[in-house]
Design a protein around this ligand. Structure first.
Ligand SMILES: [Zn+2]
Length: 332
């Protein structure tokens, strides 16, 4: 259906009111915080992200994955994001917002997003050999930069499963590669692997075992090689255990979950890490609240009565992240 729409008409993100990530990251770097990158697949998540970031005066990166595009339809998603910008303007004092493609896996997908109002794209060729990764990333940069769209690349592979992205084992970023990669490709930011992981089951821990700390030594080494360059952390949900407990209390079964401790993310946000991706925590909040409503009010059948409370709780969680974890609140 989407393919029947004429694709010769392109729209720039500026017309929609978005900004690219360049200035956002400069400010984050200068002031020691990270910009939140929150994923959305539906209206309630998007409303919650916008509401929370506007309330806490935080810049925001609205993140759309390939899976989200498949789920919600790319045209609808993009118009939803556009609607969110309009809503923010009506509410007054909109915060800077970027529309970003998460884990773009081909030049064609990145180009399609750039032509359709995205202000930022990620090309993730990190699973490919180094030379291929660099070549594909450069191809995307060469298309994006004349249109003033910013590009995120990735070096190193995260473990875990996030929609189309999955890897059994992580491969930490080799700091020896970063300088060459950044120079060769011209990317605006770089996702690195220092022990974060996608999904709600980030680590297979034995009883009594603690989550292994992030590899701040690798981060420091990367910073030394490319000083002042914006670094991105993927898979940075904390997998908030309060919501896991709520899910399990109301009929769910999630055992062995683990995430990145918030104090480690706070520490990362104060460094060259300028963008922190959080998706799983939002999923957990929605699931927990919906389960609670279903358990307490088994007669309820109006989606507004369970999606509404889920949305409210999401707002709280995002505001909390902005204020206490990322340090992005009150920055705009
Ligand atoms: Zn990711």
């Amino acid at each position: 259906m989407a393919n029947t729409v004429a694709s010769d008409k392109t729209v720039s993100y500026r017309e929609l009111g978005f900004v690219n990530t360049r200035e956002m990251f400069q400010d984050a770097m200068k002031n020691g915080y990270a910009v939140p990158a929150y994923n959305f697949n539906n209206m309630e998540q998007l409303q919650a992200i916008i509401t929370a970031c506007q309330k806490s005066r935080s810049p925001v990166i609205l993140q759309v994955s390939k899976g989200a595009r498949d789920y919600a339809n790319p045209t609808l998603l993009r118009w939803m994001a556009r609607g969110a910008m309009e809503m923010m303007k009506e509410l007054g004092r909109p915060v800077p917002a970027a529309l970003h493609l998460d884990h773009g896996d081909s030049f064609e997908l990145c180009r399609s997003c750039i032509d359709n109002g995205f202000s930022s794209v990620m090309i993730d060729a990190s699973a490919k050999p180094y030379a291929e990764n660099a070549a594909l990333t450069k191809q995307v940069v060469d298309y994006a930069h004349p249109r003033d769209v910013t590009v995120e690349g990735e070096l190193g592979v995260l473990a875990g499963i996030e929609e189309h992205v999955s890897s059994e084992k992580s491969h930490y970023t080799d700091p020896a590669d970063v300088e060459d990669f950044v120079k060769k490709t011209g990317v605006d930011s770089l996702a690195i692997s220092i022990g974060t992981s996608h999904g709600a089951y980030k680590f297979k821990l034995k009883p009594g075992e603690k989550v292994p700390p992030l590899r701040f030594d690798i981060l420091a080494e990367v910073e030394k090689r490319i000083p002042g360059f914006p670094i991105v952390l993927h898979g940075a949900s904390s997998v908030l255990q309060g919501y896991i407990a709520m899910i399990n209390r109301f009929g769910g079964k999630m055992e062995g979950t683990a995430g990145i401790p918030e104090e480690q993310l706070r520490r990362a946000a104060k460094s060259a890490v300028c963008k922190i991706n959080i998706d799983s925590d939002g999923r957990l909040v929605m699931t927990a609240v919906i389960r609670k409503v279903f358990a307490e009010k088994p007669g309820e059948f109006d989606p507004r009565k369970y999606l509404g409370p889920a949305r409210e709780e999401l707002v709280k969680m995002y505001m909390e992240k902005n204020e206490t974890v990322l340090g992005s609140a009150g920055r705009c």
